[in-house]
Design a protein around this ligand. Structure first.
Ligand code: NAD
Length: 249
């Protein structure tokens, strides 16, 4: 059964990791996919990999004009939107004493402002009864070392999403939070772990997760499909933790 047949779905940061795996699954489930990402070559490759007529838009979610370009693209190609997944995000871990104003602003411009104004811009295109997914993080609820600024940027979007779940009530637009634990994606390359230390890092991470391993992008994609499809038709305003149980320990 194609759970997203004839639906139009935008996934920001859909050219890599969780976003790309979600775009792939949504496309297989019948959705028309629009992905966004920062690098043209990576977006082009992702579109080729996803297939199913997926289209892409290159841009920076911190740039408000990018959201309008996306809205214009959706309007001209499809006239409406069913699912908007605000997924693009960055991470750079450090103790608070080392966070520069530039690094602080970069996190909030991408992870927080990018989500807020993305939703504000595309919301008029989302049909009544459609839905929004915001990718937050385990770090928004669980205290993890050196995560302070990232955690703040992700806690903010979780709060936005819960407020939107109420604000969009008149239009019956569901808004939910996808909250990943550690997942094997390119974002881990940004954690400052050298190639040589990577196996030890991953072993350590796995030891912290009740499931005994890190997650896979495809596992997050299946959770996103639940939220985006009619399988989640009565699910609104939740924070879906997909973290192998790490929230608990
Ligand atoms: P990833 O690096 O593979 O993907 C991140 C995506 O965001 C990329 O497509 C990138 O192009 C896009 N992006 C980043 N900054 C952008 C900008 N300014 N404008 C436009 N696009 C931008 O990493 P991922 O793990 O797939 O991350 C997806 C989301 O999941 C992020 O929001 C991340 O914070 C969140 N997350 C990831 C993990 C994890 O362990 N992988 C854990 C918790 C939360």
């Amino acid at each position: 059964m194609q759970q997203l047949k004839n639906k139009v779905a935008v996934i920001t940061g859909g050219n890599s990791g969780i976003g790309k795996a979600t775009a792939q699954l949504f496309a297989e489930e019948g959705a028309q996919i629009i992905i966004t990402g920062r690098r043209a070559d990576v977006v082009d490759q992702a579109i080729a990999d996803i297939g199913h007529g997926a289209i892409g838009l290159v841009g920076d979610v911190a740039d408000l004009a990018h959201h309008q370009k996306l809205a214009d693209l959706v309007t001209s190609r499809f006239g409406r939107l069913d699912v908007y997944m605000a997924n693009a995000g960055i991470i750079n871990l450090t103790t608070s004493d080392k966070v520069t104003p530039e690094e602080y602003d970069r996190h909030f411009a991408t992870n927080t402002r990018g989500v807020f104004f993305g939703v504000q811009t595309v919301a008029p295109l989302i049909r009544d009864g459609g839905n929004i997914i915001v990718t937050s993080s385990l770090a928004a609820t669980k205290i993890l070392p050196d995560h302070t600024v990232y955690a703040g940027s992700k806690a903010a979007v979780a709060a936005f999403a819960k407020n939107w779940a109420i604000e969009f009530k008149p239009r019956k637009i569901r808004v939910n939070i996808l909250s990943p634990g550690p997942v094997e994606t390119a974002i881990l390359d940004k954690l400052g772990v050298s190639e040589a230390d990577r196996p030890a890092f991953e072993k350590h991470m796995a030891s912290l997760i009740p499931a005994g391993r890190m997650g896979l992008p495809e596992e997050l994609a299946r959770a996103a499909l639940f939220l985006a499809s009619d399988a989640g038709s009565f699910v609104n305003g939740i924070e879906l933790h997909v973290d192998g149980g790490m929230t608990l320990v």
